[in-house]
Design a protein. Structure first.
Ligand SMILES: *[C@@H]1O[C@H](CO)[C@@H](O)[C@H](O)[C@H]1NC(C)=O
Ligand SMILES: *[C@@H]1O[C@H](CO)[C@@H](O)[C@H](O)[C@H]1NC(C)=O
Ligand SMILES: *[C@@H]1O[C@H](CO)[C@@H](O)[C@H](O)[C@H]1NC(C)=O
Length: 357
């Protein structure tokens, strides 16, 4: 069957759905009164540092990550003490944990499945939801694929352990979780999980171009448990619009949590617009007409390249066994200033992310 024939059909269906979701906004042109927003300050320097971590986690050369010498590791993140690298080969997931001594914070950066291209990933995205099994969150539903990519793979256990270890070493310093795209979706679940399991209110989440990951009930729990959350969106990036938001289907619909900061040009000046605390501010990226949504805008944030350096990442890693790679990295020939845990698994559990496989 000609797979390529699906692309225009699916793209057309998606545009129709997005048009519906745009048309349903109703209060789109209303200027809401934004009184409480004045207290919220977007720290550009901090965000720029964090976006560099979210970009670095895409690097496929694990040696350069291990020694923190990768081409995306040499600007604001210099001096980062990397402590743990995780690769799930089969599911094509990657993450690292370490300590940023300038920020005095533990950094967790997560990369989602990005095999082949963002276009394929968007095309194959299914919208199925699952009940979240945390206590005291009745009615919270989340995206099955994104949630299981975090909850049902090696990531959850290894990340939580690595964060605990770093805290034993450095005390109760802040934890900053980040990711871009699907990595942002997983970073969100990770921040929630850490906030709950460590009982910490010093967990900060900053994601870039993340999709919606749960329903409105989930979004309101999320805002309560991880209040220090910034969801950066960029110009016409299509991914924050997926899965679509339908205000007329509140129970089925996906709903973003706050707080969006929309990076876009106003009269040629780059601005970072702080959006309202609803999660679905109609004056921020939702004001972009569906037909103008773009994939290229998904691939740069704050001027930083967010594309994978190699779209066939996972196949390259699969060329050698996980064990070979792990022992090579931890061998004496590669120097790191601090002990780094390297966790590479061929497969943890197969995740249910897309319709194709
Ligand atoms: C912004 O964050 C940086 C750390 O990257 C910090 O040094 C600076 O004080 C912060 N600025 C404000 C206004 O909070
Ligand atoms: C999340 O993981 C836990 C334990 O690892 C498991 O019991 C639970 O079923 C998972 N939740 C979902 C929705 O898959
Ligand atoms: C854009 O920047 C120019 C020059 O700095 C300034 O004169 C103008 O007022 C700015 N426009 C807006 C909408 O802020």
């Amino acid at each position: 069957m000609g797979r390529s024939g699906w692309v225009p059909a699916v793209a057309a269906a998606m545009v129709v759905l997005l048009l519906l979701s745009t048309a349903s906004q109703g209060r789109q042109r209303e200027r809401s009164v934004k009184s409480s927003e004045q207290t919220f300050v977007f720290n550009y320097t901090l965000a720029k540092t964090i976006v560099e971590y979210a970009s670095a986690v895409y690097m496929t050369d694990l040696t350069a990550l291990y020694t923190w010498t990768c081409s995306r590791c040499n600007d604001l993140t210099q001096g980062f003490e990397i402590r743990c690298i995780i690769v799930d080969v089969q599911n094509c997931l990657q993450a690292f944990i370490g300590v940023d001594h300038n920020l005095n914070a533990i950094i967790v950066a997560i990369r989602g499945t990005q095999e082949n291209s963002v276009q394929n990933w968007i095309r194959d995205l299914v919208w199925k939801q699952v009940d979240l099994n945390y206590p005291n969150m009745p009615g919270a539903k989340v995206h099955t694929g994104f949630y299981s990519a975090y909850n049902n793979t090696i990531l959850r256990l290894v990340i939580t352990n690595a964060v605990r270890k770093a805290r034993n070493l450095y005390g109760d310093i802040s934890i900053i979780v980040t990711g871009h795209s699907m990595g942002g979706a997983m970073a969100s679940f990770c921040a929630l999980d850490i906030a709950i399991s460590l009982g910490s209110d010093d967990v900060h989440l900053m994601t870039f171009g993340q999709p919606r990951i749960g329903n409105a009930v989930f979004a309101s729990y999320f805002a309560e448990i991880v209040p220090n959350t910034i969801r950066v969106t960029h110009e016409h990036d299509i991914v924050p619009h997926l899965p679509p938001y339908f205000s007329f289907l509140p129970n089925l619909a996906y709903h973003h949590f706050p707080r969006e900061v929309w990076e876009h040009d106003v009269d040629g000046n780059r601005t970072f617009q702080v959006c309202d605390d609803s999660g679905e501010d109609p004056d921020c990226c939702r004001s972009v007409f569906a037909l103008f949504l773009s994939v290229p805008d998904h691939l740069t944030y704050m001027g930083v390249d967010m594309a994978a350096d190699d779209w066939s990442t996972c196949r390259i890693v699969m060329g050698q066994s996980a064990e070979q790679l792990r022992s090579y990295l931890t061998s004496n020939s590669i120097m790191s200033n601090n002990p780094v845990d390297v966790i590479i698994v061929d497969h943890s559990v197969q995740i249910d992310l897309t319709t194709s496989s």
